[in-house]
Design a protein around this ligand. Structure first.
Ligand SMILES: Cc1ncc(C[n+]2csc(CCOP(=O)(O)OP(=O)(O)O)c2C)c(N)n1
Ligand code: SF4
Length: 260
C-alpha cells in the first residue's frame, strides 16, 4: 500500500489526541487494505481541529459544512454503494449543530462509520463548551462555568438504533485501531466515540489514564440491555467513575441502502 500521508504540514498542537486517531485509522486501513482498498474509501470531515485530518491523509475526502458531515456521507454511500464511507467529526460538530443528522443516520442504519473526536470543547474556535463538556466547564463562552449537564453519546446512539457502538481513547492507539477495523468492516451504522484530549482547552490525559479500562474479552456485545448499562456506567461529571472502552454493542440488521 502506498504512503497514506499527503505530506501537508500538520498544524495540530504537540500531543493533541488527534494524532492518535489519525495514526490508528491509517494503521487500521493498512491492515484491512485487501478487503477495503484505500481507493474505495471516502473520508468526510466536519469543521474544527479534527477536520484537518482530510488534509493529512491521501484518500478521497470531502470537507463538509460544520455539522453536515453525516448527510454528505449518507448521500455518498446511497449513490455509490461499493464505497466505504467514514466521517471524522467533532463533538461540537456532531453532538450540537449536527445532532439530528447523527440520530437519523443511526435510526436508518445507514452503512457508514462515524468517528467522533470527542475533546469535549469547541477547540478551533478557542474553547467554548459543547454537549459533552462537564457541568461548570469554564471556557470563553462560559467564564463562570456552564450551567448545563453533559449528554452521554453512547446511550443516545444505542437509543437511536445504531448497530455498532464503541468507545476508544486516543491515548490507546493500538486498541483504537482494532475498534476502527471492526467498525469499517461492520455492515450498518458504526459509531465510535473517541476520547480525545485537547492539550490547550481541556487536557484530560491524566484523568483518562487513571479511569479508562478495556471491556473484558468475554464481554457479550450482542446484549443490548447490558450495553446500555455499561454505557451509562461513566458519570461524565465525575473524576472517579471508571470509563469502559471497547465495543459495547454490535448487531447485524438490514441497512438503509439494502432497503432503498
Ligand atoms: C455552520 C457553522 N457554524 C459554526 C461555525 C463555526 N465553527 C467552526 S469550527 C467550530 C467548532 C468546532 O468544534 P468541534 O466540532 O468540537 O471540533 P474541534 O475544533 O474541537 O475539533 C465552530 C463553532 C462554522 N464554521 N459553520
Ligand atoms: S487546540 Fe486542542 S484539539 Fe486543536 S489541535 Fe490543539 S490540542 Fe488539538
Amino acid at each position: 500500500m502506498e504512503n497514506l500521508y499527503t505530506g501537508a504540514e500538520i498544524t495540530w498542537c504537540r500531543l493533541c489526541g488527534n494524532f492518535g486517531i489519525m495514526g490508528a485509522f491509517a494503521e487500521a486501513l493498512r491492515e484491512i487494505s485487501e478487503t477495503v482498498p484505500p481507493q474505495k474509501v471516502v473520508m468526510v470531515s466536519g469543521i474544527g481541529c479534527h477536520g484537518k485530518i482530510s488534509d493529512y491523509l491521501n484518500l478521497n475526502s470531502f470537507y463538509a459544512l460544520h455539522g453536515r458531515a453525516i448527510p454528505t456521507a449518507t448521500g455518498i454511500k446511497l449513490a455509490n454503494r461499493d464505497l466505504t464511507v467514514v466521517c471524522f467529526v467533532g463533538d461540537g460538530d456532531v453532538y450540537a449543530e449536527g445532532i439530528s443528522h447523527l440520530i437519523f443516520a443511526a435510526k436508518r442504519n445507514s452503512d457508514i462509520t462515524v468517528v467522533v473526536h470527542n475533546n469535549r470543547a469547541y477547540s478551533l474556535t478557542t474553547g467554548q463548551f459543547t454537549p459533552t463538556s462537564p457541568t461548570n466547564f469554564r471556557g470563553k463562552s462560559t467564564p463562570e462555568g456552564t450551567p448545563e449537564d453533559p449528554i452521554n453519546p453512547l446511550c443516545l446512539m444505542l437509543s437511536a438504533g445504531a448497530t455498532f457502538v464503541a468507545r476508544g481513547y486516543a491515548g490507546f492507539q493500538e486498541h483504537l485501531k482494532e475498534l476502527m477495523k471492526e467498525a469499517l468492516l461492520h455492515k450498518g451504522f458504526s459509531f465510535i466515540d473517541v476520547l480525545q484530549p485537547c492539550v490547550v482547552f481541556y487536557n484530560t490525559y491524566d484523568t483518562y489514564n487513571r479511569l479508562v479500562y478495556k471491556l473484558p474479552s468475554d464481554y457479550d456485545d450482542s446484549n443490548y440491555k447490558k450495553a446500555y448499562d455499561t454505557a451509562a456506567q461513566w458519570d461524565y461529571n465525575s473524576d472517579n467513575t471508571k470509563i469502559p472502552l471497547g465495543i459495547f454493542y454490535r448487531k447485524r440488521k438490514i441497512t438503509y441502502e439494502e432497503r432503498v
